[in-house]
Design a protein around this ligand. Sequence first.
Ligand SMILES: *Cc1c(COP(=O)(O)O)cnc(C)c1O
Length: 379
Amino acid sequence: MKFGTKAIHAGVHPDPTTGAIMTPIYQTSTYVQDGVGNHKGYEYSRTQNPTRHALEKNIAAIENGKFGACFGSGLAAIDCVIKMLNPGDEVISTNDLYGGSYRIFKTIFEKYGIVFHFVDMQNTSEVERVLNKNTKIIWVETPTNPMMNIIDISAMSKIAKKSGALLCVDNTFATPYLQTPLDLGADIVMHSVTKYLGGHSDVIMGALVTSNDKIADEMYRIQNSSGAVTGPMDSFLVLRGIKTLHLRMQRHCENGEKIAHYLKTNSKIEKVYWPGFEDHPNHTIAKHQMRGFGGMISFTLKGNNLEDALTIVKKVKLFALAESLGGVESLIGHPATMTHASIPKEVREKSGVVDSLIRLSVGVEDVDDLIEDLKQALI
Ligand SMILES: *Cc1c(COP(=O)(O)O)cnc(C)c1O
């Protein structure tokens, strides 16, 4: 089955009691049993809920995986993966990781004896340099935020397989419409469903997908034992969101491409970061592992002036100044003072997050209106 068909049909079926075509919101904590141990597959909603179950099957299907699990947030999904480890185990990750992922690794799990290494994953020898017999997880995020760097998933998979580590890919930015990491050798795919999968900026949720039975057992055991599950109402909203994921992503990609090219021609702009450009340092890898380049774009201003950047993010009218991404509406952000404010200036500047860097999450509005908006703000 192809992507758009799976997005609409996988995991869902008309309600057998009424014929309702949409999956009902099973807003219930428990399920009546006919006799002790004689139930219909559902005992308690932390463990299993029919609306969440439909969504978990749907997300697994669009990621070309067998098993899906949904959590109360993207970070709760990450929490589940790291809880599969034991003290002394090591994780290798990228040095321009999503800030919240960095925070949970460093401030929550380090004190339980798990060791984290952050390296430039665009360079495979950097990963091999810190790899050792205790390495249990290689954690990849690609494209990265906000610099839009691309990490070679197949190359990371080869390193992981050779050393017996698991490869986990945060696929939030690309979505399975553009990139399916399990097909490229990943063991686990992670999502902040909050972003493109939900797609309407109305839900906080996370998900994991795997095809490995043993990992799935661990994943469901931790999901049930730690209890960071998502509710039936939110599951319903995301099931609805995913039905248009392919349509939205097509438009995000089209709009993203037009805006990236427009920005490149604007005389105020120094550099545009978007993996679709042929001169992007990892364009070849992006072309190989992605089916499109998405709607996330970053750019810097000539003169690299903080005030200029702050003026622009205030002057836009259609682009809303906000954190987050992946919704139908366009957002604009200033990483140095917003998402990356907690990182020391010298450290963030090393990875390219300079004072004039601006990040766009290009929505699915009419692109001419978006370009007009940027034009008037960039005068
Ligand atoms: C937002 C985000 C997360 C965290 O997800 P939440 O749903 O906010 O908990 C993790 N990774 C990436 C790449 C994100 O953009």
